[in-house]
Design a binder for this molecule. Structure first.
Ligand code: NG6
Ligand code: CA
Length: 511
């Protein structure tokens, strides 16, 4: 009897510990959209774009309204997201070429590493754009170092962007579908074969989409891209099925790891250029390919949410949705994005967009759902940034950050989860220059950059004089208060200088 009681007790104990562990070890699915602006989703006020699946996520979770990507373009945002270090601290973290080598040193502590160390299965599926391999890497051999050296067990990647060669998928260090008899070559320094047609020399071959600026080099799938590529014909992707391919890969990862804690970084290509949604979305938004790509993104999200539901994983999974930078309308292809925009405001109430120092550059949607922990349908206007995911998830997982990791990543888990309304007390916004946020105040230092990027028609937020805005009363950054707030400007400039010098790092950080 005693033995039986002891045995029963042991079983109870084990299952109690197991239940506790499950709560402490939720799965995390981080959906990272590309170039989605604050105003692009119906749960953030869009009326012409309808995003029922993202709206569902917001209804069941928490919607942040002062959340930021760490930069106004992709590569630096992702660099900071994974390392917890502002990209401005590192050379070579600007928008990466398609042949860039891996820009994060192998072995460095990253967001993925925090999950890996905690015993999670980890994967990145979709857009990478952080470089791969060592300089001069041969795309026909093993493609390493890469995500596996940064804490991801597996990967299925769009190596750079849809508009940059090489236009092939890379799965677990190999080009998918590569025919060894037709080796791939990639160049960003000049044509590989001067007689091969390019978008510039043979615009008549561009049956899918023509460039509006740049994007006039190698032609793949009737679209000319940035950079030159030869070979690999059988491995070339098909733009129309890209969202389906990566969504299925993401769901496949969930399937294979449903029985253990997992971290999935699902990095969509939508709604980056070239915007070539699957025919089932074409014409459905009434806003041309940019709007149709929003519908396609929402569909990918919906399918992933359904996959979690079907596998009864919804309650033990944190789902996060955000974007790598603000919106852009014409980003280099003739796709009617400008003409069909109508009253749609991609950046919502904010000024500027992708590339810009104004809020539109980095103020992005951030939705977090965690059933049982986050109250459904709530909101937060606390100042938060993706750069803090590293320290915050490390805390959630009970992982200590190495002393020299994530200098700029502050542990803000309770804010991200809506347990407190208190946000960061300062944040650097990174675009052409570095700006500083403290509370509602936004300080943009003087710069010589252009006021407008004429190609994309973006207000860049550059001015020869410093700018100070009170976002609480002036979210659109229209009234420069520098003259009436000189003491504040001085203080903010000094704080920005200190942060740039490496002072004011997270608590416990040491080089
Ligand atoms: C720009 C490209 C733009 C886009 C961007 C990177 C041109 C003229 N423009 O240089 O189309 O690819 O880089 O976008 O080439 S991001 O979202 O990956 O940062
Ligand atoms: Ca982007």
């Amino acid at each position: 009897m005693l033995r039986c009681l002891l045995a029963c007790f042991a079983v109870l104990n084990v299952s109690a510990a197991h239940a506790g562990m499950e709560q402490n070890r939720p799965n995390v699915v981080f959906i990272y959209a590309d170039d989605i602006g604050y105003g692009d989703l119906s749960c953030y006020g869009a009326t012409r774009a309808k995003t029922p699946n993202l709206d569902r996520l917001a209804r069941e979770g928490l919607r942040h309204t002062d959340a930021h990507s760490a930069s106004a373009t992709c590569t630096p945002s992702r660099y900071a997201l994974l390392t917890g270090e502002y990209a401005f601290r590192r050379n070579g973290t600007g928008v990466a070429r398609g042949d860039a080598s891996l820009i994060i040193e192998p072995g460095r502590f990253t967001l993925a590493k925090a999950f890996d160390q905690a015993g999670y299965a980890t994967s990145v599926v979709g857009k990478w754009h952080l470089g791969l391999g060592n300089p001069g890497m041969d795309w026909n051999g093993p493609i390493r170092p890469g995500p596996k050296d940064l804490g991801f067990d597996e990967h299925f990647l769009i190596p750079a962007t849809g508009d940059r060669v090489p236009c092939v998928y890379v799965e677990n260090e190999k080009v998918v579908g590569l025919d060894p008899a037709d080796p791939i070559k990639v160049s960003f320094d000049g044509p590989l074969d001067p007689s091969a047609p390019t978008g510039k020399s043979h615009p008549e071959l561009l049956f899918r989409m023509k460039p509006s600026h740049g994007h006039d080099m190698t032609i793949v799938d009737g679209i000319s891209r940035i950079g030159y590529m030869s070979g690999g014909k059988k491995a070339l992707w098909d733009d129309e099925t890209m969202a389906d391919v990566i969504t299925e890969k993401a769901i496949d990862f969930v399937d294979r790891h449903a029985g253990e804690p997992f971290f999935l970084f699902f990095s969509t290509h939508d709604i980056h250029v070239p915007r070539v949604p699957h025919p089932r979305f074409v014409g459905k938004s009434g806003m041309g390919p940019r709007g149709d790509a929003i519908l396609q993104l929402d569909d990918s999200v919906g399918r992933l949410l359904e996959a979690l539901d079907a596998r009864k994983l919804t309650d033990k999974t944190i789902v996060i949705f955000s974007s790598d930078n603000g919106p852009v309308v014409d980003d280099g292809y003739v796709d009617r994005a400008v003409e069909d925009l109508g009253s749609h405001k991609p950046a919502g109430p904010f000024r500027g967009g992708k590339y810009s120092n104004f809020e539109g550059g980095t103020r992005v949607p951030l939705i977090i759902r965690w059933p049982g922990t986050i109250k459904p349908g709530t909101g937060s206007d606390a100042l938060v940034c993706q750069i803090d995911f590293l320290a915050s998830f490390a805390r959630l997982l009970g992982q200590e950050l190495p002393k020299d990791a994530g200098p700029d990543s502050f542990e803000t888990l309770d804010t991200l989860l809506g347990r407190t309304a208190e946000g960061r007390d300062q944040l650097v916004e990174h675009a052409g220059v570095t700006s500083l946020r403290t509370g509602p105040w936004k300080f943009i230092p003087a710069s010589n950059g252009p006021a407008i990027n004429k190609l994309t028609n973006t207000e860049m937020g550059n001015s020869r004089s410093p700018q100070l805005y009170d976002l609480k009363h002036d979210p659109g950054e229209t009234r420069n208060l520098v003259d009436s707030e000189q003491a504040r400007v001085k203080k903010m400039q000094a704080m920005l200088d200190a942060i740039r010098k490496g002072e004011l790092s997270r608590p416990g950080f040491a080089r």
